[in-house]
Design a protein around this ligand. Structure first.
Ligand code: 4NP
Length: 158
């Protein structure tokens, strides 16, 4: 499985998504490739936001080596599943993907926890540390649901 996490800046939410899902997949013995990207180009080449790094580290996950990159339409082909953090980002990747857009591969991350509700993971960019903890918890619970779903599918297929 190749999974891509996408947000606006690839600086706050999707680096957490990448770090958390990588960590949980590894713990579950799943050999997954997990990456992240942003739909804008404001922070290309930068490491994750210091509060995302801090909250991840407090939870035993090191995301300091990640580097911001922009979503490109070829990501739609390269990845099996693309999770976006909010509804605006969903519209952005649809438009950036052009003819390569694949609706079946793309979903809001929170739909893994609350199917069909189309809930956003809030953008913490203008907020303080508590918001980053809230965002971490939301992403972490959604990643638990993803890993559980694929573990179950693997067991049923065996
Ligand atoms: P992210 O948050 O999409 O979770 O990485 C943001 C980061 C930067 C900006 C907006 C959102 N910005 O406007 O620079």
């Amino acid at each position: 499985m190749k999974v891509l996490m996408v947000c606006l800046g690839n600086i706050c939410r999707s680096p957490l998504g990448e770090g958390i899902l990588k960590h949980k997949a590894e713990e579950a013995g799943l050999n997954w490739f997990v990456d992240s990207a942003g739909t804008n180009n404001y922070h290309i080449g930068e490491p994750p936001h210091k509060l995302s790094q801090k909250v991840a580290k407090l939870n035993g996950i090191d995301i300091s080596k990640q580097m911001c990159r922009r979503f490109v339409k070829e990501d739609m082909q390269r990845f099996d599943k693309i999770y976006v953090m909010d509804n605006d980002v969903y519209c952005d990747i649809k438009s950036l993907s052009g003819s390569l857009w694949n609706k079946d591969k793309s979903d809001l991350l929170m739909n893994e926890l609350y199917p069909g509700k189309n809930m956003d993971v809030p953008d913490p960019w203008y907020d303080a540390e508590p918001k980053y903890h809230q965002v971490f918890d939301m992403i972490s619970k959604a990643c638990d649901a993803i890993v559980e779903k694929y573990k179950k599918q693997n067991t049923e297929a065996a």
